[in-house]
Ligand binder design. Structure first.
Ligand code: S3P
Length: 438
């Protein structure tokens, strides 16, 4: 992890022009993983040069996969096939990435060797039983620390058996871990979800030639096939675009276009929520890129009003609640969020950290176990707000700070590089007032 850094953010200018945010984190992780397990050479373009996805690439290099970087945001993955990975004597460091660790747990459960997965302080506090328990039901043996926490020691040479599993919580990470283990299992693996989650693993397995049957909330595959290398064009990450969608919506005079944003419907719940709040966002140039829908999004300032966020949207905007909280704090009236208890086990407890951060700037928020009520419209003031090392909290607070009448000191922001390297420079170019604290 890079050295600890803080930001000073203040009242910025209207957001103008065109911005292209970096590649999608979820797609980048999966492109490296499937590329590594495929036969042949996979070229990945638009790869996210973030700490999380680079950690995943490093893990596969440690496992004997050659991965070249001919240019920034490009990777050439020399696949070793499903059974070509080699044991690593050293632990495999997933950094800050829950996606990396959980998906790797699934893929490594089927190997002929043992592995140890470790992570940073935040990842070391995140629940892993949600993957280790169903993987154990498939025959895997994974030891964790007390409470099911990382590090995970994954014992190899286990004969895996397909299962039918209904996820207790909607989680693309758990679903994906089981599907990746299912590649190595005897028989069929069937995963059902209480609410559909992002389907990149399913789409990408199909693109790599693995027979898979899937529909929203359902996926089924069987073991014993082959992944064949392909090209992966990673779209821009909707979750990174989200900060700009909110910033341009709440900062008067803004008119900003975000280019080539990934528009997978399992990711764009925030767009629907913002529109319900009165946001002015146009989709133009809708097209396909590497099998994923993308569009340009033109967002203009508009007065927002509070809403009850429909619970059905929660999985489709699970990473966007920190940004949504900022929109809610700037809206007229109250916004309520419920059915979102998962926010408590993300990179930080995002209900608590956002409530604390926005309160430090003068907003009124009532925390609930599975969400919050945010009373919008209060004038925000300067102060100190702690991101708790959570990238999305840091970027959301930087957006909120634009409406404050004094400087906001945002602490512990270095993890922004996990998902959005260069956020501060791009944000400044667009009009945000944001700089490193000395
Ligand atoms: C992700 C799934 C989500 C999301 C995370 C990335 C993925 O987590 O919060 O940032 O790439 O599968 P859960 O599936 O655990 O909700």
């Amino acid at each position: 992890m890079s050295a600890r850094q803080d930001w000073i953010a203040g009242s910025g200018a209207p957001l103008r022009g065109r911005v292209r945010v970096p590649g999608d984190k979820s797609v980048s992780h999966r492109a490296v993983m499937l590329g590594a397990l495929a036969q042949g050479v996979t070229r990945v373009t638009g790869f996210l040069e973030g700490e999380d996805t680079r950690a995943t690439a490093r893990v596969f290099q440690q496992l004997g996969v050659r991965i070249d970087t001919p240019s920034v945001s490009e990777r050439i993955v020399h696949g070793v096939g499903l059974h070509g990975l080699r044991a690593s004597a050293a632990a495999l460091d997933c950094g800050n990435a829950g996606t990396g660790m959980r998906l790797l747990a699934g893929a490594l459960a089927g190997q002929g060797f043992d592995s140890v997965l470790i992570g940073d302080e935040s990842l070391s506090r995140r629940p892993m039983r949600r993957v280790t328990e169903p993987l154990a039901a498939m025959g895997a043996r994974i030891d964790s620390m007390e409470g099911g926490l990382p590090p995970l020691r994954i014992h190899g040479s286990r004969a895996l058996q397909g299962i039918e599993y209904t996820l207790p919580v909607a989680s693309a990470q758990v679903k994906s871990a089981l599907l990746l283990a299912g590649l190595y299992a005897q028989g069929e693996t069937v995963v059902r979800e209480p609410h559909p989650t992002r389907d990149y693993t399913e789409r990408m397995l199909a693109a790599f030639g693995w027979p898979i049957d899937y529909a929203p909330g359902y996926a089924r595959l069987s073991g014993g096939h082959t992944l064949r290398a392909t090209e992966v064009a990673v779209p821009a990450d909707f979750s990174s675009a989200a900060f700009f969608l909110v910033a341009a919506s709440v900062i008067p005079g803004s008119d900003l276009t975000l280019e080539a944003v990934g528009m997978n419907p399992r990711r764009t719940g925030l767009l629907q929520a913002l529109r319900l709040m009165g946001a002015d966002i146009d989709e133009t140039e809708a097209r396909e890129q590497g099998g994923e829908p993308v569009a340009d999004l033109r967002v203009r300032h508009a007065p927002l009003r509070g809403i009850a966020v429909p619970e059905a949207l929660v999985p489709d905007m699970i990473d966007e609640f920190p940004a949504l909280f900022v929109a809610a704090a700037c809206a007229q009236g109250t916004t309520t969020v419920s059915g979102a208890a998962e926010l408590r086990v993300k990179e930080s407890d995002r209900i608590a950290t956002m409530a604390q951060g926005l309160r430090a700037l003068g907003a009124t928020i009532d925390e609930r176990p599975d969400g919050a009520a945010i009373l919008g419209g209060a004038a925000l003031h300067g102060g100190t707000a702690d991101s708790h090392g959570d990238h999305r909290i840091a970027m959301s607070l930087a957006v909120a700070a634009q409406l404050a009448d004094g400087d906001v000191h945002i602490t512990d922001v270095s993890n922004v590089a996990t998902s959005f390297p260069g956020f501060d420079a791009l944000a400044r170019d667009a009009g945000l007032a944001l700089r490193m604290a000395q």
